[in-house]
Ligand binder design. Structure first.
Ligand code: NAG
Ligand code: NAG
Ligand code: NAG
Ligand code: NAG
Length: 223
């Protein structure tokens, strides 16, 4: 068990190392936060938050996490597919960019988003129903206060009997099995120790893979 914990700790450590790469996102284009922007406001109003290039960062579990990202006027015609945000992200500004569309799964899991500014040609992610307040000017569309689409839409009906609908970002939902149920359509009842067995097995395999991947990659890099 101790070895397992160590491994999990190691995995998290590796992810942290990778997260420093996330800060490159903040330097996607030159300039710093505009004083009047929502991201800059977020940074002023959030205790412990600090701004870095185009980001507002906050220390969460000893990691700097992007809670606000302002890529305003960055000449972006598409978003880099490797750009990912965490559920801790609250504010995103992509306005004044010639964006044609956004990667389809970009917003999945982004439960924390409270404000998005987009070029007026793009719709709010998940549609108007996923937001409390949508405003459009000739250039900017602003989507404010994310709304759960679990309530009041057909999605609600789609969850199986022993599952509850749970929000998973703007326009996204997931069905979570109720306690005591698991498996396909949450039809299996009772505990299932084999599941835990395979879970641990999978975790150990994942740890080893990451370890190998990292060591091999470092070698490649140092060549
Ligand atoms: C937008 O970006 C362009 C190119 O980086 C720059 O020349 C221009 O001044 C920026 N616009 C504003 C209003 O800052
Ligand atoms: C939507 O948000 C804007 C900007 O904060 C505000 O002026 C407007 O009154 C809001 N509309 C509704 C219906 O709440
Ligand atoms: C979404 O809301 C905006 C602002 O109220 C409106 O202009 C637009 O037509 C709406 N879009 C849809 C698909 O209803
Ligand atoms: C779901 O919708 C119903 C009716 O529209 C409303 O009374 C209820 O408060 C809503 N629940 C949540 C969690 O939003």
């Amino acid at each position: 068990m101790a070895a397992l914990l160590l491994c999990v700790y190691f995995l998290l450590g590796v992810m942290c190392g990778e997260a420093t790469g996330q800060e490159q996102v903040c330097e996607t284009c030159p300039g710093s936060l505009r004083h009047s922007s929502q991201v800059s406001r977020l940074c002023r109003e959030t205790p412990g938050a600090k701004s870095h290039a185009r980001c507002c960062l906050r220390l969460i579990n000893d990691r700097h996490v992007i809670i606000g990202l302002d890529l305003w006027n960055c000449s972006l015609s598409h978003l880099d597919p490797s750009l990912t945000l965490s559920p801790a992200a609250l504010v995103l500004d992509l306005s004044s960019n010639p964006l044609q569309d956004l990667p389809s799964e970009f917003f999945r899991g982004l439960l924390g988003l409270q404000y998005i500014a987009l070029p007026a040609t793009l719709g709010c992610p998940g549609g108007n129903d996923s937001w409390e307040n949508v405003t459009v000017t000739s250039t900017v569309r602003e989507c404010r206060d994310q709304r759960s689409t679990c309530n009041g839409t057909a999605e609600w009906v789609l969850c199986p009997e022993n599952a509850v609908c749970s929000p998973d970002g703007p326009g996204y939902t997931q069905c979570l099995c109720e306690t005591g149920f698991h498996g396909y359509k949450c039809l299996r009842e009772g505990s299932f120790p084999i599941l835990m067995f395979f879970g641990i097995l999978g975790l150990v395999t994942a740890c080893l893979s990451v370890l190998l991947w990292c060591t091999q990659r470092r070698k490649v890099k140092s060549q």
